[in-house]
Design a protein around this ligand. Structure first.
Ligand code: SF4
Length: 347
């Protein structure tokens, strides 16, 4: 691990300003397409991801900007009849333990509880969690070619061991899976994020616009500009938020990333679907909203047959590779199970 400067800032604004200044500091040459270089300044909150990247030399920041001393409001959870508002520095465990989230937004609580370990969730912030980077082993081991880590280098996973890789949203430059769980719940519920420090000042943007498909530039992972920070995540309340569920399938039942997952929220009129919100995890390069599957269900009686049709549509565009084709049938079954279990909820 290389030496770095440690900065502790007391406001989000100051942290963003320091990060922007650091972009032009000696030794911090911008990367391709104006993205931060591997050695650019990085924010740190829980540090559960950043210290990994630094230890592995995937990221070699010359400066770490600690966010833990910013005002309390960024560490608080607010809720009312209209929305749930989460500070970006709320800990995963803190949100998981919140009784309002458990009652009114169970899909968020379940996605959190099924992520990582409780020890990690005690440390990790929500803002950091949604920005976590892929677990592709070729990305994390710097001796392999990887377009995400080193643009233009190639992708070792395309013809390599790609069992954990994505089948949706892939490109011929990158097939890395988005690894998180919370993001699926947030995109299903139409969450919005607030940021500061962007080139055009503070802004709100749909959570669905945060993560970028890999396309020809997999190193550009989000819509955030260098120095821009997530400050809040807001989730609108709706009739579907209480009837919501997260199902995660993984190789072992604890401390493991999803092979497949589904976040579902339903508004039902009897057994007929008035509204359906569906997101898929473990199978796509970004948090994946399955709008076409939702359209299949709207106005239909929900049963195993209609759930199966929705699942077929959700994976219609899947592009499996040598070792990950099994994700398509399991992903469909995961979604069917999530839909039927959500239907069976007592709310
Ligand atoms: Fe890198 Fe993406 Fe290929 Fe993995 S799949 S090696 S992250 S380019």
């Amino acid at each position: 691990m290389q030496r770095f400067e440690y900065r502790r800032e007391r406001t989000m604004e100051a942290a963003a300003s320091v990060a922007r200044s650091a972009l032009t500091a000696p030794g911090a040459a911008p990367g391709k397409d104006s993205t931060p270089a591997r050695n650019s300044a990085q924010f740190i909150a829980g540090g559960t991801n950043m210290t990994d990247y630094m230890t592995l030399n995937v990221v070699q920041p010359h400066m770490l900007i600690d966010l833990n001393h910013v005002p309390e409001r960024y560490k608080q959870i607010e809720s009312n009849d209209r929305f749930l508002r989460l500070g970006a520095l709320v800990k995963m465990a803190q949100a998981e333990d919140d009784p309002i989230i458990g009652k009114r937004y169970p899909v968020i609580q379940q996605a959190l509880m099924l992520a990582a370990s409780r020890q990690i969730r005690n440390m990790a912030s929500l803002g950091g969690n949604v920005l976590q980077r892929t677990r592709c082993e070729y990305f994390r081991e710097t001796s392999w070619p990887c377009n995400k880590r080193a643009p233009g280098a190639g992708c070792a996973a395309l013809d390599g061991l790609n069992r954990e890789h994505a089948v949706l949203g892939t490109s011929d430059k990158c097939i890395a899976t988005y690894p998180g769980d919370l993001a699926q719940a947030l995109i299903a519920l139409d969450a919005v994020i607030e940021t500061i420090g962007g080139t055009s000042g503070p802004r709100r943007l749909p959570f669905a616009a945060l993560h970028r498909l890999p396309g020809n530039s997999p190193h550009l992972e989000t819509a955030l500009t260098p120095g821009e920070l997530i400050t809040f995540i807001e989730v609108p309340a709706g009739p579907w938020t209480r009837r919501s569920r997260y199902v995660k399938v993984r190789d072992r039942q604890s401390y493991q990333f999803a092979l497949t997952s589904a976040a579902v929220a339903l508004q039902l009129d009897g057994d007929t679907v008035s509204e359906a919100r569906i997101a898929l995890g473990g199978v796509a390069t970004v948090p994946w909203r399955a709008h076409e599957a939702e359209a299949v269900l709207k106005g239909k009686v929900l049963n195993e047959g209609t759930a199966g049709k929705a699942a077929e549509v959700a994976f219609a565009g899947a592009q499996p590779r040598t070792y990950n084709a099994f994700k398509v049938p399991i992903g469909k079954q995961t979604l069917v199970r999530a839909l039927l279990e959500t239907q069976a909820m007592r709310v």
